[in-house]
Design a protein around this ligand. Structure first.
Ligand SMILES: Nc1nc2c(c(=O)[nH]1)N[C@H]1C(S)=C(S)[C@@H](COP(=O)(O)O)O[C@H]1N2
Ligand SMILES: [Mo]
Length: 254
């Protein structure tokens, strides 16, 4: 090995330390780039907290672009057989299980807004009348575990066509009943395995696993699979997300 540049000394604000930890672990270490290499590539001396932050976010945005170029809108993620389903399934959220939101199911309506022709809200019954698709796939959490489950629901593509969405728009955003939020690129929204799941393991989604409606797509990490969806919108401005805005890579394809 040739000489490596000396590791730069970094001074970070407290709130930047978490972002640095997240982005560095996910992006820099994964890509094999050290902070020293980044400082050489960017010509940034990495001494100044603001500057470090800017460089890391720029790297993450660049990573989003590369991932979306590489993403194949049709290539299917691996599927599994019923006997491979993980039991019990694993719960995760940014809060403990006993804080799962309580939702008034009879009065539930899915809101739709943004670049769509039809903005009327949807009942669960209306959603169940649309074509349904089922999958047994693996949900992979960024925290280092995965679990195989069965989900069934409306392909997001079918739903977007129903509401007359502009399919040339860039993003689909999700707002959840627990104030979680996330967003995906349109190519992933139209992928055949991206569904608005109503059922889990052959029954209506239970509270823990995102009732009454969740996003399920095996082409993205767990945190992009929004549970308890209250509203869907189509937009050209990247809506970010709960974890995405704290430093997790936005695209997070698998
Ligand atoms: N509304 C909402 N959706 C969410 C989360 C959350 O906290 N709130 N957590 C995400 C994370 S980090 C993961 S790994 C999966 C976990 O889904 P599960 O509970 O079905 O395993 O949900 C995702 N969707
Ligand atoms: Mo996760």
């Amino acid at each position: 090995m040739s000489d490596l540049p000396p590791r730069p000394k970094i001074i970070l604000q407290a709130d930047q330390r978490k972002q640095l930890a997240n982005i560095q672990r996910r992006l820099l270490l994964k890509s094999g780039l050290t902070l020293g290499a980044i400082s050489m590539l960017t010509g940034c001396n990495m001494q100044d907290g603001d500057e470090v932050d800017k460089v890391l976010w720029a790297m993450s945005r660049w990573n989003d672009r590369v991932q979306s170029w590489l993403f194949s809108g049709q290539k299917l993620a691996q599927t599994y057989s019923a006997d491979q389903i993980t039991q019990p399934f694993r719960f995760n959220a940014y809060y403990p299980e006993y804080n799962v939101p309580e939702i008034d199911i009879p009065n539930y309506r899915l809101e739709v807004s943004g670049k769509v022709e039809k903005k009327a809200p949807w009942t669960l019954e209306q959603l169940r009348r649309l074509p349904q698709s089922s999958q047994i796939t693996r949900l992979i959490c960024i925290e280092g575990w995965s679990a195989i489950g069965q989900w069934q629901g409306v392909p997001l593509k079918v739903f977007l066509q129903q509401v007359g969405a502009d399919l040339n728009a860039k993003y689909v955003g999700f707002k959840c009943d627990d104030r979680y939020y996330s967003s995906i690129d349109m190519a992933t929204a139209l992928h055949p395995q991206t569904i608005l799941a109503l059922d889990f393991g052959g029954k209506p989604l239970p509270p823990d696993f995102g009732y009454p409606l969740r996003l399920r797509m095996p082409t993205k990490l767990g945190f992009k699979n929004a549970k308890h969806i209250a509203a869907i919108f189509v937009t050209d401005n990247n809506p970010g997300g709960y974890w995405e805005d704290q430093g997790y890579n936005w695209f997070s394809g698998i």
